[in-house]
Design a protein around this ligand. Structure first.
Ligand SMILES: Cc1cc2nc3c(=O)[nH]c(=O)nc-3n(C[C@H](O)[C@H](O)[C@H](O)COP(=O)(O)OP(=O)(O)OC[C@H]3O[C@@H](n4cnc5c(N)ncnc54)[C@H](O)[C@@H]3O)c2cc1C
Length: 386
């Protein structure tokens, strides 16, 4: 709790993760003078963003997700020029390993689509996959896809970059400030209520990530964004580990590995995880995960666990984000990234800022991501979400 709460704002952004921070920066850059961002925790980026695995990739199977990543990853490359803080990008490449015939057929289509959109993902045969994935053991690999431009970036650096740059441009970004309600008159927003007082405003962005349903409910909107626990662990140093190891995904098992400092970060999605806000480590699932991880990478048996983390994906029914207006005048959504929002945050904050300032997005057509697609039954299907 540092600055005082302003009594008025041109726009109030709820949530200080990557989405809120990027939106604040891009709105300030577009000329907004009184941007207020509210984060209820003591630090920015401690929600999903700070718990994420840091993966950045072009390899998706819908055009809209590929485009969002293409444009966002370029912004991560130039974040330091733009804001003064680097995103710590490490292009180790992403290798999807396929062990089921059905996935091979689907990924062949996906790779063609990526290539057509200018993404240079390569198709690898069994031997190439096994060599690249070493020291993971993939006797059952059939084929795989690899993109050398995919990799990792640092979530905390990205959030700090946008928060610091927003403040430099005049935004008021507050921690320890919990939004508790939104008052409307007719169909228009009048104010935002918080634990520290009221801010008069006509515009609000809901960037509350896994908790986005709550502000929508205040306005009578049923937002189909559900929190879903995911977890990972990080090992101690493994000295004999190859420096060039890529981000490896055993697609059928939803199991992944990448280098993190001197050790390995590995995660595995629990397909039976129910929706809910529990962010404690599920030890039973961790045991199952470790067993599968050691089978794939026997070297792990020698390493101790240094850290573990659980956090929440913000899932939508079609695993695509919801970006844009709502039936309530001035209430905007930037949420529902379903496990890949960190990498798409930079560009999506820019897109929302365009929509707010100009009434439309000029960088990319995102009409397929509108909130009303659910009532119109126009869902999009994404296959590459792990
Ligand atoms: C384990 C895990 C691994 C992941 N791995 C990856 C990955 O490798 N690559 C990738 O791109 N993505 C990954 N993701 C997904 C990614 O982290 C999210 O999609 C992204 O961070 C969402 O950002 P956000 O700003 O919408 O949400 P958040 O970062 O959760 O920010 C929302 C913020 O809103 C605040 N808030 C909520 N309610 C209120 C309120 N009433 N008032 C004020 N503040 C409020 C919260 O405290 C929170 O800080 C992963 C997620 C998890 C959990």
């Amino acid at each position: 709790m540092s600055e005082n709460l302003p009594t008025t704002a041109e726009i109030v952004i709820l949530g200080g993760g990557v989405m809120g921070a990027s939106t604040a920066y891009h709105l300030c850059k577009a000329g907004f003078k009184k941007v207020v961002l509210l984060e209820r925790e003591s630090f920015f980026g401690t929600g999903a963003t700070g718990r994420c695995a840091g993966g950045i990739r072009h390899q998706f199977n819908t055009e809209i997700n590929i485009r969002l990543s293409q444009l966002s990853l370029r912004m991560l490359d130039t974040l330091e020029e733009e804001t003064g803080t680097a995103a710590q990008v490490r292009k180790c490449g992403y290798l999807f390993v396929l062990t089921r015939e059905a996935d091979v057929v689907s990924f062949q289509k996906t790779v063609s689509l990526q290539n057509r959109l200018g993404v240079e993902t390569e198709w690898l045969n069994r031997e190439e996959v096994r060599t690249l994935a070493h020291p993971c053991v993939f006797e059952d690999a059939i084929a795989g896809s690899f993109n050398a431009e995919d990799g990792l970036a640092d979530p905390h650096s990205v959030v700090s970059a946008y928060i610091d740059a927003s403040r430099h441009l005049g935004a008021c970004c507050l921690t320890g400030c919990n939004a508790t309600g939104i008052k409307t008159r007719g169909n228009k927003i009048v104010n935002v209520q918080t634990n520290r007082g009221v801010i008069e405003t006509e515009k609000v962005v809901n960037a509350c990530g896994p908790w986005s349903q709550v502000p929508a409910k205040w306005l009578g909107l049923d937002l189909p964004v559900q929190p879903l626990r995911r977890q990972w662990l990080m090992t101690n140093e493994i000295p004999q580990f190859p420096k060039s190891f890529p981000f490896v995904i055993d697609f059928a098992a939803s199991l992944y590995f990448h280098r993190e400092g001197p050790g390995i970060l590995t995660g595995m999605s629990n397909p039976h995880q129910p929706f809910g806000e529990d962010q404690n480590i599920d030890t039973e699932w961790e045991n199952n995960h470790v067993e599968k991880a050691v089978q794939r990478m026997p070297l792990l048996a020698e390493a101790g666990i240094q850290a573990r983390q659980a956090g929440l994906y913000e899932m939508t029914p079609d695993s695509h984000p919801i970006i844009g207006q709502t039936p309530v005048d001035g209430f905007f959504l930037l949420t529902g990234f379903s496990g890949h929002g960190f990498m798409q945050g930079p560009f999506c904050g820019k897109l929302l800022s365009e929509l707010i300032t100009e009434g439309m997005t000029k960088s990319l057509d995102i009409s397929s991501l509108a909130f009303d697609r659910f009532e119109k039954d126009q869902l999009i299907q994404e296959y590459n979400v792990v």
